[in-house]
Ligand binder design. Structure first.
Ligand SMILES: C[S@@+](CC[C@H](N)C(=O)[O-])C[C@H]1O[C@@H](n2cnc3c(N)ncnc32)[C@H](O)[C@@H]1O
Length: 237
C-alpha cells in the first residue's frame, strides 16, 4: 500500500473521517433539493444570489475542506522543499491545516528550525472546532499552528517572515488581496497554491492575470487535480 503521508494511525483515521464529512456536506449543498442554490460550479466560488440564504450564514458550519488528493500533494511538496513557514488563507475546520502542520513539524525537526503554520479563520465556531481536531492530533500538529482569528486582510498584516508557501483556499475575491499582503514576506522560491482555478477561473481572473503577467516574478502551472490546483513559484530575478 502506498503511504502518501507520514502520519500516525490516529491522525490518518481523523483525516479520513473529516474528508468524508466535508464531502457529504458538499454533496448535500449541491443537491437540487438544497435550500439554497448557487451560481458556481464549485463550492470555493460560491456567491450569494438575491433572495437566498445569506452566504456567510449558510457557510458558517460548512467544512469545504481541500480535497484529500490536493492535501496529500501539498504535504509532499512541503516535505520536498523543506518548508517551515506556511500561511494558509482559509482554515475553516482545519483539515488542510493538519497536513501543513505535519509537514512543517517534520521539516522543522529535521532541520533544527522552528516551524510555523499561520492559519486564518473569521468564524469563531469553526476556529474552535479546528482547535479541537488539532488537539486530537497531538502536540506535534497543535504545537506548530498559529491560528489568527478575524478577517485575514487584518490578521495577515504582520507577525511572520520568510514564507515558504501560501495556500489560498479562500473565497476567490480575497485571493489577490491576500497574495499582495503576503508576497513581500515570501522568500525567493516560495510557492503559492490556489484551489479550483479551473472551475472558478472567472472568480480567479484577477489573481491569475497578476500571477501570469510578464515579469510577475512567478512561474505558473495548473495541476490537473479536480477543479484545477494552481501552483506558482515566486522566483523574481
Ligand atoms: C474553503 S474554506 C477553507 C478550508 C480549509 N482550508 C480546509 O481544507 O479545511 C474557506 C474558509 O475561509 C473563511 N474565510 C472567508 N473569508 C475570510 C476572511 N475574510 N478572513 C478569514 N477567513 C475567511 C471561511 O469562513 C471558510 O471557513
Amino acid at each position: 500500500m502506498p503511504s502518501p503521508i507520514d502520519a500516525p494511525p490516529h491522525i490518518d483515521a481523523l483525516l479520513s473521517r473529516l474528508h468524508q464529512q466535508s464531502l457529504d456536506q458538499e454533496a448535500a449543498l449541491k443537491a437540487p433539493s438544497a435550500a439554497a442554490r448557487f451560481v458556481s460550479s464549485d463550492l470555493t466560488d460560491l456567491t450569494p444570489t438575491a433572495a437566498e440564504v445569506p452566504f456567510d450564514a449558510l457557510m458558517r458550519d460548512k467544512f469545504i475542506a481541500l480535497d484529500a488528493a490536493k492535501c496529500v500533494f501539498t504535504y509532499n511538496l512541503l516535505r520536498a522543499t523543506g518548508a517551515t513557514t506556511v500561511v494558509e488563507a482559509g482554515t475553516s475546520f482545519g483539515v488542510s491545516t493538519i497536513y501543513l502542520a505535519l509537514a512543517v513539524a517534520r521539516n522543522a525537526a529535521a532541520m533544527g528550525k522552528e516551524g510555523r503554520v499561520i492559519g486564518t479563520e473569521k468564524e469563531e465556531g469553526k476556529a474552535a472546532e479546528a482547535r479541537r481536531y488539532w488537539r486530537e492530533c497531538g502536540s506535534e500538529v497543535e504545537g506548530v499552528i498559529d491560528l489568527r482569528l478575524g478577517d485575514l486582510l487584518d490578521t495577515l498584516k504582520d507577525g511572520f517572515a520568510e514564507v515558504d508557501c501560501l495556500l489560498l483556499d479562500i473565497w476567490t475575491p480575497l485571493a489577490l488581496p491576500t497574495l499582495k499582503l503576503v508576497q513581500p514576506k515570501m522568500r525567493k522560491g516560495a510557492v503559492v497554491l490556489a484551489d479550483n482555478t479551473l472551475t472558478a477561473a472567472e472568480g480567479y481572473k484577477e489573481l491569475l492575470e497578476y500571477l501570469r503577467a510578464p515579469n510577475s516574478g512567478f512561474t505558473n502551472l495548473t495541476l490537473p487535480y479536480d477543479g484545477g490546483f494552481e501552483m506558482s513559484v515566486y522566483s523574481p530575478r
